[in-house]
Every structure is written in C-alpha cells, then in structure tokens.
Design a binder for this molecule. Structure first.
Ligand code: WQD
Length: 333
C-alpha cells in the first residue's frame, strides 16, 4: 500500500488515480488545509473506489503514527506542502513550519515502519533564475526567491542528509509548471480564494469570475517579452510518480533526482493565445508591471527521466488548456 501524503491535493489526487490504474492500493493522508474532502467523492466517481483515507496533519507525528498503524505501507509519496509563492512571502513561518515538519515526519514514519520507498514532490523553483536553459538535474541550485522556494531547497537537503544515514530508495521529482485537469473535469487545480498561478486566473477570467488577467510584464528578453515556463499536464506528472515508485523498487537504496517537464518553453502570451484558440473563448488581459521574484525563462531538460524513469510527457498544451477549461466550467455548475 502506498501512503499519499497530501493525496487530496491538486497533484496528489491525480497521482492517486494513476496509482490505482496501475493496481496499487492507496492510503490518502490529508488535513484538507489546502484541499477539500469532496475530492474523495470525486475520486470515487472517477475510479469507482472509495479510497482509504486518514484526516491527519502531517506535522503531528504521533497522530500520523497512530492513524497509519493498521496499514501495511510499502512506500510514501510526499506531496503535503503549501505552494503559494506569494503567500509564502507574506507568511514565511507558516511555510517553513508546515513544509519542513511534514517532510521530517514522513521520513520519521519511514524510519519507524522500515518503509524503503520514498518519492518527494520538489520543484523547478530550486533552480532560481538559471543562467543556462534548459536546466538539467546537474544545473546549479539557484537562489530561491521565496520562502516557498527556499522550503523546497531545504527539503531536498533534509532528504539528502537523511539518505546518508538511511540509504532507502528515494526519488526527488522537480516539477516544472503543472497545469490542466483530469479528463473527467471532476478534479483540477482549484485554489480556494484568489488563485496564485497563471492558468487558474485565465480560466476564471474566461468564465467571467474575474474581469481581467494581469500579465506581469512584457519587457523580458523573450520572443514576445513575457516569461517562459515549462507547462506540464498534471496527468503526465501524476504518471511519473508511479514510474518513480517502480524505479525505487528496482534501484534499492539509490537517491535520484528527476526533472519533470516537457522540455518546451511557453510564454504567458503564448498560453493566453492558445487558450483562446483551443477553447474558443476570449481572455481579457492587460500588461502590468513585473511580479518581483519572477524568473525570466526556465524549461527542463528531461532526458534523465526518459532514460531512467522510462517516462516522457505525452499530453500537449492544447490538452492541458482544454482540460483546465472543462474543469473550470464544472466548478460553475
Ligand atoms: C507563471 C507565469 C507569471 C499569474 C509555479 C508555482 C510553483 C512551482 C513553479 C510547483 C509567470 C505569469 C502569473 C498572473 C501572470 N510549481 N503570471 N499573471 O511563478 O512559475 O511558479 O511553478 O512546484 O509552486 O507557483 O507559476 O503560474 O505563478 O506564473 O502574468 O496572474 O505567469 O509572471 O511568468 P510560477 P505562475
């Protein structure tokens, strides 16, 4: 059975589906601080299975140990972390306390229960502002601009240090920009309150929930002046976690790092224009000043995931954007 810490969250819930599709038993642990219990109902609608779940704060080790005692766990996928760059700047202690303590407790649980298969949700944000793109796993760890990004850098170091003394199989997955939603339109990136990321803003503007999209700067040194990102379909990203669990079984005791992206850089204006075209819906936007801390351009070299994880992103930008729009329209129903 695989413990999915943060399994009711955006990426966690998609990973639960892909684990189920490959025949894994799953235990969802979530305190619903950044997700909703209704996701469990949606997962049942999609898969037909009511997943085992425990409502637990990963920062409470004793509770975590107690609530997982009855389950025979063979692996842990740790998603549980806050991920709003902006919120982390205004509330750094919330981010350091939650993101670091929950990780430490997941590792302590592995130690206590002799679980030797661990997959961690990291982020391209650890590269900071890269001086060379595409970035490989060997690219320099940059100066993370936000407490969120710094919590990911520190998390990777915690894992590295833990591995020195407890050489279990660990995959550290550096996500680029996850977007899109499951084809059912039942689960997706549903930020409660104000979205932090580009696409939820775009879909809310498309739906008329918001009047206009602010594009943070068009004076960057890119083909159209707006920032480049490597957007990856959340379902492709979810599938990579199953590959990572299987890779860990075959590579006992190894600590590996993988970039998970498409290898393509897409600008903010590219994304907006493509969204309008594939969904046939206009997006009202205005160019405003740059957002502090934004990286000008970053996208992944994913050759290592292709060769070692036997994984490659398959869903294109159009699928990412149509699935996100379908999910947004479902929310409004
Ligand atoms: C993308 C681009 C903005 C909103 C994200 C996650 C972080 C991590 C890395 C996983 C930037 C522009 C955005 C808006 C805009 N993911 N933008 N108007 O900053 O790359 O970071 O990916 O771990 O958790 O936050 O993503 O979607 O915020 O921004 O112009 O209203 O869209 O300037 O160029 P970012 P983002």
């Amino acid at each position: 059975m695989i413990l999915v810490a943060g399994g009711a969250g955006y990426i966690g819930s998609h990973a639960v589906i892909e684990l189920y599709n490959k025949g894994y038993d799953v235990l969802i642990a979530d305190n619903f601080s950044n997700s909703s219990p209704s996701v469990l109902d949606k997962l049942e609608l999609i898969t037909g299975k009511r997943f085992d779940h425990i409502t637990v704060d990963l920062c409470d080790l004793e509770e975590l140990k107690k609530r997982t005692k009855e389950y025979k766990l063979s692996g842990v996928i740790h998603f549980a972390a806050y991920k709003s760059v902006g919120e982390s700047v205004s509330n750094p202690l919330k981010y350091y306390a939650n993101n670091l303590q929950s990780l430490v407790n997941s590792l302590k649980l592995c130690k206590e229960r002799d679980i030797r298969n661990f997959v961690f949700s990291s982020s391209c944000t650890v590269y900071g502002n890269p001086n060379q793109i595409p970035v490989t796993e060997k690219s320099k760890i940059g100066k993370a601009e936000s407490p969120y990004g710094k919590s990911k850098v520190i998390s990777e170091e915690i894992i590295q240090d833990y591995h020195h003394t407890h050489p279990i199989s660990i995959c550290n997955l550096r996500y680029f920009n996850p977007i899109g939603a499951h084809e059912s339109g039942l689960i997706g990136d549903y930020p409660d309150g104000k979205p932090n990321n580009l696409l939820p803003f775009v879909t809310q503007v498309a739906a008329g929930v918001r009047d206009t999209l602010s594009v943070f700067g068009d004076d960057y040194d890119t083909h159209d002046g707006t920032c480049l990102r490597d957007y990856i379909h959340v379902v492709d990203l979810a599938k990579a976690h199953v590959n990572a669990i299987e890779y860990n079984v075959k590579n006992e005791g190894k600590h590996s790092i993988f970039n998970l992206g498409t290898g393509k850089g897409v600008s903010v204006l590219d994304l907006i224009k493509t969204f309008e075209k594939v969904n046939n819906v206009p997006i009202n936007y205005e160019i405003v000043s740059r957002r502090p801390g934004d990286v000008e351009a970053i996208f992944a070299d994913c050759h290592k995931a292709k060769t070692d994880l036997n994984w490659i992103a398959e869903l294109n930008l159009s699928k990412m954007l149509t699935s996100a729009w379908k999910f947004q329209q479902n929310i409004l129903k």
